[in-house]
Design a protein around this ligand. Structure first.
Ligand code: ZN
Ligand code: ZN
Length: 360
């Protein structure tokens, strides 16, 4: 990962936020900029040089960071440490930004109390705006995290779903993700059968999956900090209508979504293509979440494919396409792929088949 370039891009963009320096305390953003994975680190970015701060517990571990950023030892209370040292950390800075979305009210109060004449300015999205387009190293990491999911599904299907509890299947996902090289699951797996399939974020129950039902399995792996995300809906035998028809509808909408994801299309328009198909089939009210979301160091990040996201997609963005139809009391279907936006379309990173598979 080219951390030096990331820190430099951030520093070069500070003028655009009308600040002289920026304090980054969100650990995901700190990781993006430096690769630091501990629990107590911060970056002070300035155009004339940036500083990474951590306490003594991590000093040895962060030695490699010295290649591209000034590393300084702070005490464990980073906010207090930083707020009393602006003159050294950001010489001459009059306006210093903080991450308004991430800094707690208490931390801000502490910062404000000790920062003296430095004017504190709330800034949002400075690092997230860089993270939204993935570089080749990141795409490769996400690709590897996504590839883990194919053998996981294959093994779940091979072992069969009917007769096991949702809870048991979810636990098996955790084991399989590790067995296939993942560092862990990217989020609590969703295994939702029968009527529970109508709950988009169902929690796995200690209830046996019945034959002749639909089972939605939404899983992800995390590898080197990068996430993957995929959903397939399986049958455990002949399924009662209308779920079979609903499956075909959701698949058609999902394929149309994959077809429209390309540079220049807005998140809103991509969502509309998918949503219109479901609405025209009479199920608009049964699809109330967004069509997709960005995936990277976090499982849910920008961009979004949703009715409220007006910005355009760009090459190098990684998004999900995941329409669903949820019939209260009956069941549901969701089909989700993870894709990377290419020069003229998108490439699927989750290759597991999408025709309705019966896992008895
Ligand atoms: Zn998912
Ligand atoms: Zn998702």
């Amino acid at each position: 990962m080219n951390y030096r370039a990331r820190v430099e891009r951030l520093a070069a963009g500070l003028a655009g936020h009308e600040i002289d320096a920026l304090l980054i305390t969100d650990l995901t953003n700190v990781r993006y900029l430096t690769g630091y994975t501990g629990s107590n680190g911060a970056v002070v970015a300035t155009p004339s040089g940036s500083v990474f701060l951590t306490d003594f517990r991590y000093l040895e571990r962060v030695a490699p960071l010295r290649e591209f950023i000034d590393v300084q030892q702070a005490n464990q209370d980073l906010i207090r440490f930083v707020s009393t040292r602006w003159a050294e950390l950001a010489p001459g800075a009059a306006r210093v930004g903080f991450e308004s979305v991430h800094l707690s009210y208490a931390a801000h109060a502490l910062l404000a109390e000790a920062s003296g004449d430095v004017e504190l300015v709330g800034v949002s999205g400075a690092v997230e705006g860089l993270r939204i387009v993935k570089d080749d190293d990141e795409i490769e990491a996400i690709r590897r995290a996504a590839a883990i999911l194919e053998p996981v599904y294959a093994q779940l299907v091979g072992d069969g779903l009917a007769g096991r509890t949702e809870f048991d299947v979810a636990w098996r996902v955790q084991e399989l993700v590790r067995e296939h090289g993942g560092d862990g699951v990217a989020f609590d797996s969703i295994v939702a059968s029968g009527a529970a399939g109508a709950l988009p974020h169902a929690e796995p129950r200690r209830e046996v999956i019945a034959p002749g039902s639909m089972v939605t399995i939404d899983i992800g792996a995390v590898l080197d900090g990068y996430h993957s995300d995929c959903t397939r809906t399986f049958a455990t035998g002949p399924v009662p209508e209308p779920l079979g028809e609903v499956y075909e509808l959701v698949l058609r909408a999902q394929l149309a979504g994959l077809d429209v994801v390309r540079p220049g299309v807005t998140g809103k328009d991509a969502d509309a293509v998918v949503r219109d198909i479901i609405t025209e089939a009479g199920h608009g009210e049964h699809f109330q979440h967004g069509t997709g979301h960005g995936v990277g160091l976090q499982i849910h990040e920008d961009p979004r494919l949703s009715v409220t996201y007006p910005a355009t997609l760009e090459q190098g963005m990684v998004v999900t396409v995941e329409p669903g139809v949820y019939l209260p009391g009956v069941g549901g279907v969701r089909i989700e792929d993870l894709v990377v936006v290419t020069g003229d379309g998108c490439e699927r990173l989750t290759g597991y088949p999408k025709e309705l598979i019966t896992a008895g």
